[in-house]
Design a protein. Structure first.
Length: 156
C-alpha cells in the first residue's frame, strides 16, 4: 500500500513539474471579448492607430496575409495604440478596412512584449507565447513574410 501511494505521489509530482516547464500561449480575447484560437500558432501582432498614415497604408498588406496564412500556423492580429475598446475599437477598425481580429487591452497585457516607442510596429510571438522579434515602421507583405521565415514561423 505504501509503495502504491509513493508511486502515485511521484507520478503526480512529475506531472506537476512537466506542466510548470511548459509555456502556453495565454488565452487572448478580441474586441468583443471573445476568446481567439491562438494555441500552437505564431502571432503577428500589428500596433496601429487611425491617425497614423503608415499604419493605414500597411493594412491592405496585413489583410492579404491574414487571408493567405489563415490555413497555416500564423495568426495576424491587430492592437490599437490608442487603447480603444469595444464599439469604438470595432468602428475604428471598420473605418480602416481591417479584416483581421483586433485584440483587447486585456489580451495585449497578457503578452510580455517590449515597450512601444512609435508606430507602426509589428511583433512576432512564438507558439509558446514568447516574444520572438519585432519590425519597426511600415511593412509590406514581402517584409512580413521574410520576418516570419527568418524566425521559423514559415518553412519555405
Amino acid at each position: 500500500m505504501h509503495r502504491l501511494l509513493a508511486h502515485s505521489m511521484l507520478f503526480t509530482a512529475c506531472m506537476l513539474l512537466a506542466a510548470c516547464g511548459q509555456q502556453n500561449t495565454p488565452v487572448l480575447t478580441d474586441a468583443t471579448g471573445q476568446p481567439l484560437e491562438t494555441s500552437g500558432h505564431w502571432l503577428l501582432i500589428n500596433y496601429w492607430a487611425s491617425w497614423c498614415r503608415p499604419c493605414r497604408q500597411e493594412i491592405p498588406e496585413l489583410n492579404e496575409l491574414h487571408h493567405e496564412l489563415a490555413s497555416q500556423s500564423v495568426k495576424v492580429l491587430g492592437y490599437n495604440f490608442d487603447q480603444l475598446e469595444g464599439t469604438a475599437l470595432l468602428d475604428a477598425g471598420a473605418q480602416l478596412g481591417i479584416e483581421f481580429p483586433l485584440l483587447s487591452n486585456a489580451a495585449i497585457s497578457k503578452l510580455e512584449l517590449p515597450d512601444v516607442m512609435g508606430i507602426p510596429v509589428t511583433f512576432l510571438v512564438n507558439p509558446q507565447g514568447q516574444y520572438s522579434d519585432h519590425l519597426s515602421g511600415e511593412q509590406t507583405r514581402a517584409s512580413l513574410l521574410a520576418a516570419l521565415q527568418k524566425n521559423g514561423a514559415l518553412t519555405k
